[in-house]
Design a protein around this ligand. Structure first.
Ligand code: A3P
Length: 309
């Protein structure tokens, strides 16, 4: 089935396949097919969705801390986020759980069960049908996503090799063309935006930039959506701020658990933490590159009501 799909070679000669409008390497696609065949959402499931480099790690940490706050107070020295990487606490469906296993034993995990995905909504949703489970999507400006991805790859391959062999221009071209792992970005963002507009109980659409700008308000919005709003007493006691501090880039990136070790697919934990924030693209992209990327996204989102500043 996979080999019959439209394909493209990436810059390293590896084949990407197009499935339901999105591009994947074969092992990820096989895991997606496993997911689609065997996953059935339960009411208590929470799925965190994102395009890679949009703030997935942060969202995983925040949601874990929010939904488990009665079990693990955010100021506890034994909080799981202090001793484990967020990607091990909230595991990806298609790049972790379903990669080598058609039945990864999701029922054995304690509720509420949290999962993550980079699949677009159209590929995720059939297995969710008729379930009141929750999906939280986080998106980020394409230019910061692109620059973050470029740096991320530099942490996976030898740094000098990347900077001489993989110029940022090539990444921009790839984004414009659309054939890159989990791309095109704008199609995925639109898939979740549309669903959040018609089915606000199922999909909460969040933006990394708003989380940076008004973190307290966004965490409270998240908790409201997940059905575990902060009580007045919790707000008075500084619970929201404690969760934000626990999940901050500064705190997480300095933990031994995140400075060392690797995620199941072999990526070093530390590669998920860099600079954070908004607008680092200005240090790496020309105005012309930025214009091309913005125009492409605007064109796709035209008429949808979603805009990037
Ligand atoms: P930068 O490369 O721009 O620094 P993802 O988690 O989807 O892979 O996204 C990674 C991006 O989110 C990186 O952006 C990383 O630094 C940033 N990030 C990771 N943890 C964060 C946190 N706790 N708060 C804010 N940003 C975070």
């Amino acid at each position: 089935m996979i080999s019959s799909l439209p394909s493209e070679k990436d810059s390293m000669g590896k084949t990407l396949y197009n499935y339901q409008g999105s591009w994947y390497y074969p092992n990820t696609l096989q895991a997606i097919l496993n997911y689609r065949k065997h996953f059935r959402a339960r009411d208590t499931y929470i799925i965190l969705a994102s395009f890679p480099k949009s703030g997935t790690t942060w969202l995983k940490a925040l949601v874990f801390a929010v939904v488990h706050r009665n079990k693990y107070a955010p100021n506890l020295v034994s909080h799981p986020l202090l001793s484990d990487n967020p990607h091990n606490l909230v595991r990806f469906l298609e790049i972790d759980l379903y990669v080598k296993n058609q039945h990864p034993g999701l029922e054995e995990l304690p509720p509420p069960r949290l999962f993550a995905t980079h699949m677009p909504f159209q590929t995720l949703h059939e297995s969710l049908r008729d379930s009141p489970c929750k999906v939280v999507y986080v998106c980020r400006d394409i230019k910061d996503v692109l620059v973050s991805r470029w740096h991320f790859i530099s942490r996976l391959v030898k740094k000098e090799e990347l900077y001489s062999n993989y110029p940022v221009e090539e990444m921009v071209e790839k984004f414009i063309k659309g054939a890159y792992s989990f791309g095109p970005f704008q199609d995925q963002v639109l898939s979740y935006w549309k669903e959040s507009s018609v089915n606000a109980n199922l999909v909460l659409f969040m933006r990394y930039e708003e989380m940076i700008e008004k973190p307290e308000a966004q965490v409270m919005r998240l908790a409201d959506f997940l059905g575990c709003s902060f009580t007045e007493e919790e707000k008075q006691s500084g619970m929201v701020e404690k969760i934000l501090e626990l999940c901050s880039l500064g705190n997480l990136s300095n933990l031994e658990a995140n400075k060392t070790g690797t995620f199941t697919c072999g990526i070093a934990h530390h590669a998920f933490f860099r600079k954070g924030g908004v607008g680092d693209w200005k240090n790496h992209l020309t105005n012309e590159m930025a214009r091309k990327l913005d125009e492409m996204v605007e064109k796709k989102l035209e008429g949808s009501g979603l805009k990037f500043e």
